[in-house]
Design a protein around this ligand. Structure first.
Ligand code: SF4
Length: 553
């Protein structure tokens, strides 16, 4: 079989010319003309496509171009992407494929995605991050970012790919999936397994359909939940005891499934007085929402709006619209948790990053302190409100608190010392003191007998944030933050609202590809309008780009 290589001779054959096939300023136009600049060989040096033979030997440029075009209009499945590459003439031109030839299939793209997720040996960074940084550098060289840049951080929900299920279906579907895998690995049939382990549920088409009860009857429902949960526990025990019967490289996957099912039972169920397992009426942090997407979690966008899956975090410049760093976390992780990481990643390329605007979620004192001292970046965000409910009583701002000095003075003038326990640090005013105080009605609620304030270890920083926030000029500048919603909209528009495959790592890759695609869209429009820049790039950065693409009609 011959070595596969990029051959574009047919695109420049005068008899195939159609000048309007690829619009200048579009993503396809940019990739087609500047692939040498966007996907340099050093980025994909160890990809097996270089100089190899056979079905896997597709050049990285072909695969990378197509992965970015996948998010051209809002995202599509891997299969749809591979199918479109076969027939879409603009896509083939961008990927550098000849008309009418073959194209990579879905499995090659899956393999290439895996390659992108692996860490580069030299830098230790995942390869998709290196590509994102490289594209950002290209954008900076094209003068898209200048001193006027205003950096904003924000987050948005990202729904998981796996089916979101309730407790009964999590247990039932998980049980069926675990038994199916066990039957496959031990070379028995599911029918035999269902008979041997006395699990008729394995032969049903669905979990709820296989349990013949009236689901509106609470007693019947409780009995069914108990029965399914006990079946799950019994099967977990059998699988664990019989692990020696399966191949060593398959044991890890089986144990992962067992752990997931055990977690559902531990998090979602409780034991009643009669010893029956029932679905608990409580909230547990980190509950599973899907048996196929094990990192997806319950999350809240606001107090009343909930979502299930992941949270997507973006840091970008609202002037140019470029996204400097992007990340995905389980939905339970708060906005501020990955903020430091986002800033540090952006700083690897954008050295002039000195201030970032964020909403109240980024108003915590610890985040401000760490980013200022460690990263030299000032976060401008409203301070976390003192109280969630508005009240006319005294709050912590009315108290004179000195955490390093270890004392606090209340509005009544009483000074108390800091009390420390292994878990908390607090200031407490005794019942006798408060009862004798003339300001009691303004300080305490009717039910409270005394006053306690938790000591924030970063109290000084909190005061600085509050002080700064009272400056009208700063608040006026902060109004620009609302434009940061455009960055989030960009990501959502190109397919960031829903993960397109199982697992957190694929969601992270998807988010980064979307960010790269978004940045390239901006670069394409900028380059198409700027002939001088095109000339400079051609002069300074390797071979000159080809003439505007002209394709077969
Ligand atoms: S009620 Fe207690 S804490 Fe409040 S001002 Fe009076 S003495 Fe101080």
């Amino acid at each position: 079989m011959p070595v596969r290589d990029i051959s574009q001779a047919s695109f420049f054959d005068p008899q195939f010319v159609d000048p309007t096939c690829i619009e200048p300023g579009s993503l396809t136009w940019l990739i087609r003309n500047y692939a040498w600049l966007l996907f340099p060989e050093w980025l994909f040096a160890d990809w097996c496509g270089h100089g190899q033979r056979g079905r896997d030997a597709w050049p990285a440029r072909v695969l990378m171009s197509t992965l970015l075009l996948r998010f051209l209009e809002g995202g599509m499945s891997r299969r749809a992407m591979a199918r479109r590459l076969k027939t879409d003439i603009a896509w083939r031109a961008a990927a550098g494929l000849p008309i009418g030839g073959g194209s990579p299939d879905e499995s090659i793209f899956r393999r290439f995605e895996k390659y992108l997720r692996r860490r580069d040996r030299a830098s230790g960074q995942p390869r998709f991050l290196l590509l994102h940084e490289h594209i950002l550098r290209v954008c900076i060289d094209a003068h898209l970012i200048d001193d006027r840049a205003i950096w904003v951080m924000d987050s948005t929900p990202m729904w998981c790919f796996g089916a979101v299920q309730g407790t009964v279906r999590l247990l039932g579907d998980g049980l069926r999936s675990l038994c199916g895998e066990w039957a496959r690995l031990t070379k028995t049939s599911v029918v035999e397994l269902a008979t041997e382990w006395e699990l008729p549920l394995l032969l049903a088409k669905s979990t709820k359909g296989g349990i013949k009860i009236d689901w509106r009857d609470p007693d019947a429902r409780a009995t069914a939940v108990d029965s399914v949960a006990r079946d799950v526990l019994a099967v977990i025990g059998k699988v664990r005891r019989g692990l020696d019967d399966v191949r060593a490289n398959k044991r890890k996957g089986l144990l992962r499934r067992c752990r997931a099912l055990a977690k559902v039972i531990a998090d979602d169920l409780e034991v009643d007085d009669e010893g029956r397992l029932f679905v608990a009426r409580k909230t547990t942090s980190g509950r599973l929402v899907s048996i196929t997407d094990l990192q997806a979690r319950h999350g809240r966008k606001t107090r009343s709006v909930k979502f299930k899956g992941y949270r997507l975090h973006v840091l970008g410049d609202i002037v140019s619209g470029l996204i400097a760093s992007i990340s995905v976390t389980p939905a339970t992780v708060g906005d501020s948790a990955p903020a430091g990481r986002l800033i540090r990643r952006a700083q690897r390329v954008v050295t002039q990053l000195r201030q970032v605007l964020g909403d109240t979620a980024y108003g915590g004192a610890e985040l401000h302190l760490v980013t200022r001292k460690v990263d030299g970046v000032d976060i401008l965000a409203p301070p976390v409100p003192v109280s969630r409910r508005p009240t006319d009583r005294f709050n912590s701002t009315h108290f004179d608190i000195d955490v390093p000095g270890g004392e606090a003075r209340c509005p009544g003038g009483v000074i108390v010392e800091l009390r420390q326990t292994p878990k908390t640090r607090r200031f407490s005013w005794s019942k006798a003191t408060c009862d004798a105080c003339p300001l009691r009605a303004q300080c305490l609620t009717e039910k409270a007998s005394s006053k306690t304030l938790l000591a924030n270890k970063n109290h000084e920083e909190l005061l600085i944030i509050r002080e700064r926030w009272s400056d009208a000029e700063i608040r006026t500048h902060y109004r620009l933050r609302t434009q940061g919603e455009r960055l989030v909209n960009q990501v959502v528009r190109y397919g960031g609202r829903k993960a397109m495959a199982w697992g957190l790592s694929t969601a992270v890759l998807q988010a980064n590809l979307i960010a790269i695609r978004s940045n390239l869209g901006i670069l394409a429009r900028h380059l198409a309008d700027n002939l001088e820049l095109q000339e400079n790039i051609a002069k300074e950065g390797g071979p000159a780009p080809p003439d505007p693409v002209r394709l077969v009609a």
